[in-house]
Every structure is written in structure tokens, then in C-alpha cells.
Write a protein that binds this ligand. Sequence first.
Ligand SMILES: *[C@@H]1O[C@H](CO)[C@@H](O)[C@H](O)[C@H]1NC(C)=O
Ligand SMILES: *[C@@H]1O[C@H](CO)[C@@H](O)[C@H](O)[C@H]1NC(C)=O
Ligand SMILES: *[C@@H]1O[C@H](CO)[C@@H](O)[C@H](O)[C@H]1NC(C)=O
Ligand SMILES: *[C@@H]1O[C@H](CO)[C@@H](O)[C@H](O)[C@H]1NC(C)=O
Ligand SMILES: *[C@@H]1O[C@H](CO)[C@@H](O)[C@H](O)[C@H]1NC(C)=O
Ligand SMILES: [Ca+2]
Length: 406
Amino acid sequence: MRFPLLLTLQASWLTVCQATQHYPTTWGHYDLCKSEGYTDEGPTWYYMACQPEAADMTKYLKVFLDPPNITCGDPPETYCTLENPYMCNNECDSATEELAHPPELMFDHEGRNPTTFWQSTSWKKYPKPLAVNITLSWNKTIELTDDIVITFESGRPEQMVLEKSLDYGRSWQPYQFYATDCLDAFTMEPKSVRDITQHTLLDIICTEEYSRGYVWKNDKTVRFEIKDRFALFAGPKLHNMASLYGQLDTTKNLRDFFTITDLRIRLLRPATGATMVDEYNLSRYFYAISGIKVHGRCKCNLHANSCIYDKERLTCECEHNTTGPDCGRCKKNYQARAWSAGSYLPIPKGTANICLPNSVGPVTTDVCLYHLNDITNLDVKRWAGQGARNPVIITDDLHLRYLKAV
Ligand SMILES: *[C@@H]1O[C@H](CO)[C@@H](O)[C@H](O)[C@H]1NC(C)=O
Ligand SMILES: *[C@@H]1O[C@H](CO)[C@@H](O)[C@H](O)[C@H]1NC(C)=O
Ligand SMILES: *[C@@H]1O[C@H](CO)[C@@H](O)[C@H](O)[C@H]1NC(C)=O
Ligand SMILES: *[C@@H]1O[C@H](CO)[C@@H](O)[C@H](O)[C@H]1NC(C)=O
Ligand SMILES: *[C@@H]1O[C@H](CO)[C@@H](O)[C@H](O)[C@H]1NC(C)=O
Ligand SMILES: [Ca+2]
């Protein structure tokens, strides 16, 4: 017989899978996909759920502007400040490096003085809206891990929408609406992230928090609050990440909410600082952005702990015999059972759900991968008498043991 039966236990496979789902105080990092171990029969591999480290994702994006010729400087223009129409010393000329404001300056290393920023043309066509789309594309699924922060050099826009795509830009969904007056702009009640609860986490809100008060020169940021949303599950200081990961594991909608392939900032109306637009000096109205922060990690379905950027493309370095940009398939000859994503549970190492070699033969999906050592460590008595089905532990050519419901 090809796969010797090692032992039979009086229990159902389901119980085995749940037996180790306790939540230790130390939280695993999921930074290892496998580790070597030893059994009586010699060396063996333990497989674990793994994910790449979170990183600054702005290094890997492509930016597209719509309309494409909306960047200032061709022809050169002089801008006045919103606060003082007589202060007109902001010059934009795309042909002069020091006076040009191309989109790349939204993603360069800041901390320089003066700041570097992208700037749009002014609102010359008023009252026609000054609408600009800034689309950020990764051509890769990304899981957000921190707030999206957009820092304006101009006043913050009076109306804007942050949108996301999960299908490489084919369809778009709003993430958040921003306006000085939500009812007027989008016929939505103004809300803040503090109004969101666990049950309304997927709700899309309009907030007035980041649009008002152009006079506050020190607050130029517009945020999409990822951490506040995480905190609804993980606690205020994100102490209980286990609870969050447990939720993400079991609720696909929640997981998808934080997953993107593209982001779009739709600027709909610039800061005007007053109710009336000064039609005689439209050089006061424009958009300028000095920085955009997007922190996240490659989505690799818990089958990779690194993601490489090569030939302008992000790709997961898949383990567990998975393949594809997101490790979303089983490799050829490793399709003995249907592909499935790794799981954060049981904490802290999760379940790898590796792809099994075809040589194992057809395997049902009710297979719970456990190393023999782990199984003997479990409280066997607890399962006794529960067995609607008897799990067997079998081993394949790779010295891998797993339970199979029979
Ligand atoms: C940008 O291009 C469009 C169409 O090609 C044109 O109508 C518009 O005037 C241009 N805008 C600027 C600021 O040059
Ligand atoms: C805006 O006003 C300032 C100050 O009066 C002036 O220098 C500037 O040329 C004006 N710009 C326009 C487009 O009228
Ligand atoms: C911006 O994107 C929206 C959809 O997300 C689209 O309707 C609009 O035409 C695009 N262009 C501009 C300039 O707003
Ligand atoms: C996006 O990535 C896929 C592979 O994942 C590649 O085939 C395609 O050319 C990429 N598209 C762009 C626009 O870079
Ligand atoms: C995947 O397959 C390779 C051989 O192609 C093998 O060396 C490796 O151990 C396998 N990994 C897992 C996780 O089964
Ligand atoms: Ca900058």
C-alpha cells in the first residue's frame, strides 16, 4: 500500500481541526512558511501560514492622471494663495525643473524644505468643475495595513471621493466621501469613523472632518482610517490582533474591504475658502498634493512570506506548492485536492493548506493537515466517542502526514 495507515483515532476530523484553536497571548507574525523538524522517522517539514511583511507600497505603483494634461506648467502659470490673492509667488513651469510639479513628487521622499508636490492647472474654466482623477495602480492585490494619508500643499478639496478597485481597474467602489458639506455634495449624512461599529464597518461614509478649515495650515491631511477600523476588532491599541485576524479569516467581505489592486482619488472641487468663488482671480484655486501614504502587503493567500518587485511587477514568492501572482492556484502535479488559502487559525501559526502532490490520489476537502507530533499532543480522550467518522493519519512520499476523513 502506498500510504501506510499509521494509526486510527476514534474521533471526527472536525474536532481535530478545532482542538488547537486557542488564543495565546503572544501573537505570531506569520513570517515563516515552513520549518524543519525531527520525528522518530527522521527530518520532516512543518508548514505554516505565512505572509509578507507590510511595507510602503507607494514605491511599486503606477500613477495615471485624468485628464492627462491636468498637471500645471504647460503653458507656465502663476498662482496666488487662497488666503491672499495678492500673494502670487507660486510659479509652475513644466519646462524648468525647479518650477515643475509632476505627479512623481507625490511619492518622493519628503522631509525636504521646501516640500515637493504635484500641482494641477488652476480653475480657469470655472464654473465648469475642476475634476481630476489620480489613479494608483499596482497590478497586484494588496492588503492595506495602515491609514491612507494624502497630504495637500494647497487647501484640502471641498469635495473628493476615494475609490478602490479589486479587479485591476475594471470596476470601482467608493471607499469614503469627503466634503465641506456632505448633504449638499453627495446627499449623505456627515459621519466620522467614530460612528462606525463592528456591524457597520463595511458602510461607506461621507466625512466633513478633512475638508473644513483651510485656514489651519498645519492640518493638510486627508485620511482613510484603516487602523480605527481594525481597532473595532483588535482594541484601541491593536493589542488583540488575534481577534482581528480571526475575523478576517472567517469573513470574506471584511477581508476584501481592506484589499485593493488600485486606488483612485477623485478631486471634485478645490478649496475655495469662502462661499463665493472669486471669478476675477481663478489663480487662487487648484489642487496640490505633496505626499500620499499607502502601507500594505502583497496578498499571497498566506502562502508566501515575501513579495518581489521585478521588471516593474510585484509577485508573491509562493510556497506550499502554490503558484500565480497571489499564490491563488496549486502548482502543476500538486492538485490532489482543491486549492485553498492558508488560514490564520489556529493561532499563532495558522494552517498552511498546502497543495498536495497528485501522487496522493484524490483527497476530499475534509482533510485537516497536521503533523503527527501535533496530533499526539492533542487530548485524544476529548474526541473519544464523538466520531461520526474516523480520521486516519496517513503519510505520503514527502513525509507529510495528514488526517483524512474516512
Ligand atoms: C487638455 O486636453 C483637452 C483635450 O485634449 C483640451 O480640451 C484641454 O483644453 C486641455 N487642457 C489644458 C489645460 O491644456
Ligand atoms: C490675481 O490677483 C493678483 C493680485 O491682484 C494679481 O497679481 C494676479 O495677476 C491676479 N490674477 C489673475 C488671473 O487675475
Ligand atoms: C474619473 O473617474 C470616474 C469613475 O471613477 C469617471 O466617471 C470620470 O469620468 C473620470 N474622469 C474625470 C476627469 O473625472
Ligand atoms: C500585470 O501583471 C500581469 C501578470 O500578473 C502581466 O501579465 C501584465 O502584463 C501586467 N500588466 C501591466 C499593465 O503591467
Ligand atoms: C513542493 O514541491 C517540491 C518539488 O517540486 C518539493 O521539493 C517541496 O517540498 C514541496 N513543498 C511542499 C510544501 O509540499
Ligand atoms: Ca513630495
